[in-house]
Ligand binder design. Structure first.
Ligand code: ZN
Length: 308
C-alpha cells in the first residue's frame, strides 16, 4: 500500500484536532490536543504542529505516505498567500500559517476558513450553507458546487452578522457588537449562563461547578427554565440568520456542525427558521447536523490538499 495520505487540521479556539485521511476522505486516525491560547502565539503554533506529528506517529502509517496538510481555522484567511488576516479567538492574526506548517511539517500545506473546510466535507449537495458552532461561529457557503468566499474572503463569515437587537448587544471578539457568535457560539452560551448566575437568577446552573455549553444544554434538557431560555436564544438567532441567508443564496440545505447539543438545538433552530423565513425560501430546505459529526472539520481540511 503506497496510497497517499493527508493530514487535516481543525484548529479551534480551545482545541486542535488532527486527522489522518485517505484519498477518499476516510478518516484513519484522529488525535486532539489543547491550543493553549492563553500561552501566546508560539505555544499555539507549536501545539498545532505537535498535534499533526502525533496523529501520524500514533497511527499505523508512516510519514513517507503523507502528501500534504490542510488546515481549517475560524478566521479571515487569505487562502492564496496562506495568511491568517484576522482571527478573534486565537493569537494568530497576521501569521503566515501555510508557510509555518510547510516548514514545521515538511509537506505542502493549504489553509482555509473552517466553515469552508466543513462544507468541503459535505460535497455532493450543490448548494449548502454550513455553520460551525464552537468557540465562535464559523460559516461556509457552497453554491453550484463552488465555495463562495467573495471579494476579500469575507463571504460566509456568518458568525459576524450583527443580528442581536441593540438593547441586548454585547461586544464581539471582532470589535463590533451584536454579532451572531456572541449568542450562538459555545462561548456566547457560557457568557449568558454566567450573567444569569451573576444576576442571582434561580437556576441549577448556579451549582453546576464549571459552566460549559454542555452544562447549559444538560440543564436545559433537565427542564431548567433559565438554561432553556439561553438555548432558545442561541437557536432563535441561528434560525433568524438562516432566514436572512435563505433570501440571499437560497440554499437547499443548512448544515450545522455542533459539538454536543445535536437535535435538541436543531429542532429549535428549525422552529425559528420557519418563523422568520419567507415560505418560498424555506420550502423543502433542510436543517441538518453535519453527518460526519465532529470530524467533518478534519476531513474537510484534509480534502483541501487532496485536491491540489
Ligand atoms: Zn463579530
Amino acid at each position: 500500500m503506497t496510497d497517499k495520505l493527508y493530514i487535516g487540521l481543525d484548529i479551534g479556539g480551545t482545541a486542535v484536532k488532527a486527522g489522518l485521511c485517505g484519498a477518499d476522505g476516510e478518516l484513519l486516525h484522529l488525535v486532539e490536543g489543547p491550543t493553549e491560547t492563553e500561552c501566546g502565539r508560539e505555544r499555539v503554533l507549536d501545539n498545532i504542529a505537535a498535534c499533526a506529528r502525533r496523529c501520524v506517529e500514533e497511527s499505523p502509517f508512516s510519514w513517507e505516505r503523507v502528501a500534504g496538510v490542510g488546515a481549517g481555522i475560524p478566521g479571515q484567511i487569505d487562502a492564496e498567500r496562506g495568511v491568517v488576516e484576522f482571527i478573534a479567538n486565537l493569537p494568530l492574526t497576521g501569521v503566515r500559517l501555510k508557510d509555518y506548517l510547510e516548514s514545521a511539517l515538511g509537506r505542502p500545506a493549504r489553509i482555509s476558513n473552517d466553515g469552508e473546510a466543513w462544507s468541503g466535507a459535505g460535497r455532493g449537495v450543490s448548494s449548502s450553507v454550513t455553520y460551525t458552532l464552537g468557540t465562535g461561529v464559523g460559516g461556509g457557503i457552497v453554491i453550484g458546487g463552488r465555495v463562495i468566499d467573495g471579494f476579500s474572503g469575507m463571504g460566509g463569515e456568518l458568525g459576524h452578522m450583527a443580528l442581536v437587537a441593540d438593547s441586548e448587544a454585547v461586544r464581539c471578539g471582532c470589535g463590533k457588537t451584536g454579532c451572531l457568535e456572541t449568542v450562538s457560539s459555545a462561548t456566547g452560551i457560557v457568557r449568558m449562563a454566567r450573567e444569569a448566575v451573576g444576576r442571582g437568577v434561580r437556576t441549577s446552573l448556579a451549582d453546576a461547578g464549571e459552566l460549559t455549553a454542555k452544562a447549559v444544554f444538560d440543564a436545559a434538557k433537565a427542564g431548567d427554565g433559565t438554561a432553556l431560555g439561553i438555548v432558545d436564544r442561541a437557536a432563535h438567532y441561528l434560525g433568524k440568520s438562516m432566514a436572512l441567508v435563505a433570501l440571499i443564496v437560497n440554499p437547499e440545505r443548512f448544515i450545522v456542525g455542533v459539538a454536543k447539543a445535536g437535535e435538541f438545538l436543531l429542532e429549535r433552530v428549525r422552529e425559528a427558521f420557519h418563523a422568520h423565513a419567507l415560505e418560498r425560501a424555506r420550502q423543502g430546505v433542510e436543517i441538518v447536523a453535519a453527518e460526519l459529526g465532529n470530524n467533518a472539520g478534519v476531513i474537510g481540511a484534509a480534502g483541501l490538499v487532496r485536491d491540489l
